[in-house]
Design a protein around this ligand. Structure first.
Ligand SMILES: [Fe+2]
Length: 609
């Protein structure tokens, strides 16, 4: 477990605009401080995991921070971490550096308003991080350490304002660890030592700061080994933790994917949805390891945290420099996962989810044989699922339209077919709702989770605001959370996010689109039949006759299925050839009358019949 958690701690480094590896360095330092302070191995372990996981939920409020401070949540975090916000002068200087002048400060509610924003953000970040520790099966003390990540020794922290020994012990060690390595990276060992001394008794526990002050150079050296990841794995206090089983490992990966999706409400549930669709498709395509594809899908967009929320949420065209950032997100994913021997193979799949078979993708621009089926399946599943989700620059597409767009892209044909098959033939039934939620509460929950306000939800669902309020109270109580981010995590964990892909979409939607989703199943058969006509003696005749055949209406998979099950497939296709040609165009298939007869596909048709 340590190796996986250590590698994934880099996600929080990137989300905060800090050097990759900072959480691991802080972990080494804090754990060594705990050892020198005389904590037993069990408590050292709490410090170890509490430090690695301290900022694991930090993508949770990216959207809100970006909305308040102008788009770049990463810069806000990076700068904010280097000041003492309890010092009014430093806090005002920090805000001024972000362009917050007096008028803007007043609009935010003055210093008190900013403080409230900060407390709300801390509560959300910590709630998400604590949720992840629970999913990892870590002790309660680690959970408390994460919940106290923004508390301070002097009681001026957020959200609860706990002080002294009320702040979780592991959190107090982690605070010194982070302060030391942050300022070591910024200004070197002397700056780190001076800052820890200055913050001692304020943000930092003076007893722990004193342990650092005894040997700052030695301790900073401990936190800067040549092989950082391996050193962190070696430093885990006993007994070493492992994942209970494969399912527990999957759930942990899903949790980190969910947390990264919190980067923007537009992405809620994206990674889980892509993973589920890719796994289902992998079961239909060979060769592909469905488990590896699923896990890579859960993690494929971790790198998104390294790009400002304002970029992801821009409704118009991206500027060139923004587009360059976006192009790097799969690279970041790959580098995060490359650190761990267990995750590295998944990284190789995940980092290629935006590559295209013709080399026109990113970040590497590789194509052809360099892309294996696993990467191709993930790429196709990512596109199809994303098209079904709304984005700032476009609405969500219906499955038929998404299928058409997917088929037009330079993606592996077999992978696309497998993804469409998987999306269209799912017979998944909706489970009963968790936590005793009602269907109506689920409607409200989905909207709350993506940041809709109560008046907006009232308008969306055509109900009164007081009804929305009542539902909201019940929802938060039932789900056991207190913030939007916590609710979004709950929704994702239980597969309740607004859009989780056609395979698990609500029944009404699935029924509505089921005929269209059948299309790809019959694509090969349709093509083979047309080719048979073109090449055979009946071809030209059939085409000629078809022009006088009345169009029987919109083409769907059901029509074609009807043709396939008719006694004479060729005659059936000929009768409806005009409609079928339109259908072929819709499915992005080029029909060439002179093609050879595809005997294999015709045999398939006969078997289906
Ligand atoms: Fe992506």
């Amino acid at each position: 477990m340590a190796g996986v958690v250590a590698a994934l701690s880099v996600v929080s480094d990137l989300a905060r605009g800090h050097p990759p590896g900072e959480a691991m360095r802080a972990c080494l330092l804090a754990t060594e401080l705990a050892r020198r302070a005389g904590l037993d191995e069990g408590r050292q372990g709490e410090v170890y995991y509490g430090t690695l996981m301290r900022f694991a939920g930090c993508a949770a409020t990216s959207h809100e921070i970006a909305a308040v401070f102008g788009g770049d949540d990463i810069v806000v975090r990076a700068r904010g971490d280097l000041i003492d916000p309890a010092e009014p002068g430093e806090a005002l200087e920090f805000l001024a550096g972000l362009g917050v002048d007096a008028a803007r400060l007043q609009a935010l509610g003055g210093p008190a308003g900013v403080g409230r924003l900060k407390a709300e953000g801390a509560r959300a970040d910590c709630e998400v991080g604590a949720d992840l520790t629970a999913r990892l099966g870590l002790p309660d003390a680690v959970r408390w350490a994460v919940l106290d990540s923004f508390e301070r020794f002097d009681g001026h922290g957020v959200p609860a304002g706990r002080d002294g020994a009320e702040v979780a012990e592991a959190s107090r060690f982690a605070a010194v660890g982070y302060a030391a390595v942050m300022f070591d990276a910024v200004g070197g060992g002397d700056v780190a030592a001076r800052t820890v001394a200055r913050w001692s008794g304020r943000a930092l526990d003076p007893e722990i700061a004193a342990v650092f002050a005894d040997a700052p150079g030695e301790l900073l050296a401990v936190s800067s080994p040549d092989g950082l990841w391996a050193a962190v794995v070696d430093a885990e206090p006993g007994p070493r933790r492992t994942f209970r089983d494969e399912a527990a490992f999957d759930e942990a990966l899903a949790g980190f994917g969910d947390a990264a999706d919190l980067k923007s409400p537009w992405f809620t549930g994206h990674s889980r949805g892509v993973a589920a669709l890719a796994r289902a498709a992998a079961g239909l395509a060979s060769p592909a390891d469905a488990t590896a594809v699923y896990r890579a899908g859960l993690l494929h967009d971790l790198g998104r945290v390294a790009v400002a929320a304002g970029v992801w949420e821009r409704p118009g065209l991206l500027r060139a420099e923004e587009w360059e950032q976006v192009r790097l997100h799969p690279y970041h994913t790959g580098r995060i996962l490359a650190r761990s021997a267990v995750l590295a193979p998944l990284g190789l799949i995940a980092c290629r989810h935006h590559e295209r078979v013709n080399g026109s993708g990113y970040p590497a621009g590789i194509g052809g044989a360099e892309l294996d089926m696993a990467a191709c399946l993930l790429a196709a599943a990512d596109v199809f699922h994303a098209l079904g989700e709304a984005r700032p620059h476009r609405p969500a597409l219906k499955p038929a339209e998404a299928a058409r767009v997917l088929a037009s892209l330079p993606l592996d044909r077999a992978a696309v077919r497998a993804v469409l098959d998987a999306a269209g033939t799912s017979s998944a039934v909706l489970p009963s709702l968790p936590a005793g939620l009602t269907e109506r509460e689920l409607d409200v929950l989905r909207l709350l989770a993506v940041g809709r306000t109560k008046p907006q939800i009232a308008a969306d669902l055509v109900i009164s605001q007081s009804t929305v309020h009542t539902h909201t109270v019940h929802i938060y109580t039932k789900c056991g959370v207190s913030t939007r981010a916590g609710l979004a995590m709950f929704a994702m964990r239980h597969g309740l996010a607004a859009r989780t892909g056609p395979a698990v979409a609500n029944k009404a939607r699935r029924d509505e689109h089921a005929p269209l989703l059948e299309v790809p199943r019959w694509e090969g058969v349709l093509r083979s039949q047309f080719r048979g006509h073109g090449a055979g003696r009946r071809g030209p005749d059939a085409l000629t006759r078809s022009r006088s055949t009345p169009d029987p209406g919109p083409w769907t998979g059901q029509h074609l299925q009807g043709w396939i099950t008719s006694q004479n497939v060729l005659q059936a296709v000929a009768r409806h050839i005009g409609t079928a040609q339109a259908a072929a165009r819709q499915a992005g298939i080029t029909l060439t009358p002179g093609d050879r007869v595809n005997l294999l596909a015709r045999e398939q048709a006969a078997k289906s019949a």
